[in-house]
Design a protein around this ligand. Structure first.
Ligand code: PMP
Length: 449
């Protein structure tokens, strides 16, 4: 009886596997038919850039759709098709593509002349705004990217504590040289790293205590962003806060993605103050940006008027485009109320999509915090980044390409964000298209292998 059941299941699985591969091939063909200019661009770019790519995350199968321009919350492809932008430049596109206040700030900076090589009026204003918004930030410094912000934060922690090691979590991403998914990348900065499981409370606390004498910092995303939009449990973060506090270890919150969760970041909602916070993405108004800030005793290591000050360089750290767009963005556009509304909009959107998955009994779910969302091809609680099989990864590819053919862009791995230009009708259109896709392939998406 059991054997018969197993054989039947295997046959069903095989059928689903084959159907998925056939569907994926057909969708890839349609994608090529719809995007010949993107394909041609990719072919040409491959002659001069490895894989035609200069930013790994933007490559996907069968080839990446290339964008010509953006207007509001829409993107236009090189083939001149219009898409709703649910990628939102991996959260840097919070303001959409053409917010007039942001554009005017950037135009103003351009009109005042570029590369000034001196302090300007904007950097202090933006710093003031960040220090007033983030409870844990007394002093802040700017960088050009979130990666650099994390490197400087680690440097600050190591210099401040005189210790060497850095604790990070499986599946976390803190920048191109701080990549901790699967096996650590050979490109990573050569820190003395201790890696443990995300949301694993007891083991993490134990490791902090065991390594206290050598441990400079615990670097953690309060929600794993590129690791699949998996929120940390409050217990996990509070335990880390207590253990680091007791052991004199610097707690660094990487809020490069999550800072949009409220006026004062996800840390405000969680009511946890890290020692150092790193920021990036939308906070430069859509121009290149990074920042690290925190306790004044730690940050004062970088005070150039002090005798043994550490050096923090960066030609473009205070460039007027990022500084002015960042300042105008926070003070005139992304106010605390707008931040709260966007968070709620994201939470409602997530709930609607999850309701839909339940209603159609498919093995899918959406995770995330506020306006940053991750589509997963598994139901049930997800506390760590799932190790997906090829079959599961192909399901994600199928949803992604089908949604692209219907005019919705997000990352193939299932990552999405909302931006402040999005209206309810945009979200409704997405929900309808998503329902269409899951209903069309119900067998595949309800399968559990
Ligand atoms: N930290 C997190 C949590 C991120 O998501 C990212 C970028 N995706 C970074 C750091 C790196 O930022 P950047 O790409 O600006 O270097």
């Amino acid at each position: 009886d059991t054997l018969e059941k197993v054989t039947f299941m295997n046959k069903l699985d095989m059928k689903n596997h084959n159907r998925l591969l056939d569907s994926l091939n057909r969708v890839k063909e349609n994608f090529l038919i719809k995007n010949p200019n993107s394909f041609e661009r990719w072919q040409k770019a491959k002659e001069v850039m490895p894989g035609g790519n200069t930013r790994t995350v933007l490559h996907y199968e069968p080839f990446p759709l290339a964008v010509d321009r953006g207007v509001g919350t829409h993107l236009y492809s090189l083939d001149n098709d219009c898409y709703l932008d649910f990628l939102g430049e991996y959260s840097a596109g919070l303001y959409g593509h053409s917010n007039s206040k942001i554009l005017n700030a950037i135009k103003g900076a351009v009109d005042s002349g570029l590369v000034l090589g001196a302090p300007n009026k904007w950097e202090g204003l933006l710093a003031e705004e960040l220090c007033s918004r983030f409870n844990s930030i007394d002093r802040v410094r700017f960088t050009n990217s979130g990666t650099e912000a994390n490197l400087m934060a680690i440097g600050a922690a190591r210099a401040f504590t005189g210790r060497d090691k850095v604790m990070v979590f499986d599946g976390s991403y803190h920048g191109g040289v701080l990549y901790f998914k699967d096996n650590s990348s050979p490109v990573n900065a050569p820190y003395n790293i201790i890696k443990t499981g995300y949301n694993e409370v007891a083991r993490t606390v134990e490791l902090i205590k065991e390594n206290a004498a050598d441990l400079a910092a615990v670097l953690v995303e309060p929600m794993l962003g590129s690791g699949g939009c998996i929120p940390a449990s409050i217990e996990f973060l509070k335990s880390i806060r207590n253990a680091t506090h007791e052991s004199g270890v610097c707690l660094i919150f990487d809020e490069v993605m999550t800072s949009r969760s409220s006026g004062g970041g996800l840390q405000e909602l969680l009511q946890i103050n890290p020692d150092i916070t790193t920021l990036g993405k939308y906070l430069g108004g859509g121009a290149s940006f990074g920042a690290f800030g925190g306790r004044s005793d730690i940050m004062s290591l970088w005070d150039p008027t002090a005798p043994d000050a550490l050096a923090h360089a960066g030609t473009f750290n205070n460039n007027t485009i990022s500084m002015s767009a960042g300042f105008i963005g926070l003070t005139e556009v992304f106010t605390k109320t707008v931040a709260r509304d966007l968070f709620n909009k994201g939470e409602n959107f997530k709930a609607t999509l999850n309701e839909l998955c339940k209603q159609h009994d498919v093995n899918l779910q959406v995770t995330g915090v506020g306006s940053i969302l991750g589509l997963h091809v598994r139901d049930g609680a997800i506390l760590h980044p799932p190790k997906y099989s090829n079959f599961e990864l192909n399901k994600l590819k199928l949803i992604h390409l089908e949604m692209s053919l219907k005019g919705f862009l997000f990352a193939q791995r299932g990552y999405m964000t909302l931006n402040i230009e999005m209206e309810d009708t945009h979200l409704e259109q997405f929900v309808d298209a998503f329902e269409d896709v899951i209903v069309s392939y119900k067998d595949i998406f309800s399968s559990r292998v």
